[in-house]
Design a protein around this ligand. Structure first.
Ligand SMILES: [Cu+2]
Length: 160
C-alpha cells in the first residue's frame, strides 16, 4: 500500500521539475540547489538562470561573479521596485548570510546571460554549465536545466 502511494506521488510530480529539484551542488559551506532556466524563443537576446544558494556555515559569503560558455558575458541582476515599476539592474555581488538562503528566481536575483553563442544548449531538456565564483567558498560549476515552463512555486516564492 505504502509503495503504491509512493509511486503515485512520483507520477504526480512534473518530471522536469523533480529532475531539476534533485540537482544540488556543494562549495564549502554553500549548497547550490536546483539550477534552472527557461527555454526562450531562438532570437531572445538574453537568458536568465535561477537557483537557491544555502549557506550552512557560520560565516557570511558572497557570490562575486558568474560565467558560462554559452554566453559572452554573464551578470548578477536584481529586481527592484522603482517608482512603482519593476526594474532590473546589475549588482556587484550577492551576500549569503550564515544559515540563510539567497534566492535567485523570477522577480528576484537572477543571473543574466548576454551575448549568447551556443544556443543548442538553451533548449528545453538540455542543460548548460554555469560557474559561480564565491568570495570564500571558491568556484563551483553547476549544470543549469533548461525547462519549458517555470517550476511550480518559482514565481510565487519571492512574493510577500
Ligand atoms: Cu536581468
Amino acid at each position: 500500500m505504502f509503495k503504491k502511494l509512493l509511486m503515485l506521488a512520483a507520477l504526480l510530480l512534473p518530471a522536469a521539475y523533480s529532475h531539476a529539484q534533485e540537482m544540488s551542488y556543494q562549495a564549502g559551506a554553500l549548497q547550490i540547489n536546483a539550477p534552472w532556466s527557461l527555454e526562450l524563443p531562438p532570437n531572445a537576446p538574453t537568458v536568465a538562470a535561477y537557483f537557491v544558494i544555502h549557506n550552512a556555515g557560520q560565516t557570511p559569503d558572497r557570490l562575486l561573479s558568474v560565467q558560462s560558455p554559452v554566453a559572452g558575458s554573464a551578470q548578477l541582476h536584481e529586481h527592484q521596485h522603482v517608482d512603482g515599476l519593476m526594474k532590473m539592474q546589475q549588482v556587484q555581488a550577492v551576500d549569503i548570510a550564515p544559515g540563510q538562503d539567497a534566492l535567485f528566481a523570477p522577480m528576484a536575483y537572477h543571473v543574466m546571460l548576454l551575448e549568447l553563442n551556443d544556443r543548442s544548449q538553451l533548449v528545453a531538456g538540455q542543460h548548460f554549465p554555469l560557474t559561480l565564483h564565491f568570495e570564500k567558498a571558491g568556484d563551483v560549476t553547476v549544470q543549469v536545466e533548461v525547462l519549458k515552463q517555470a517550476p511550480d512555486g518559482a514565481m510565487q516564492m519571492n512574493m510577500k
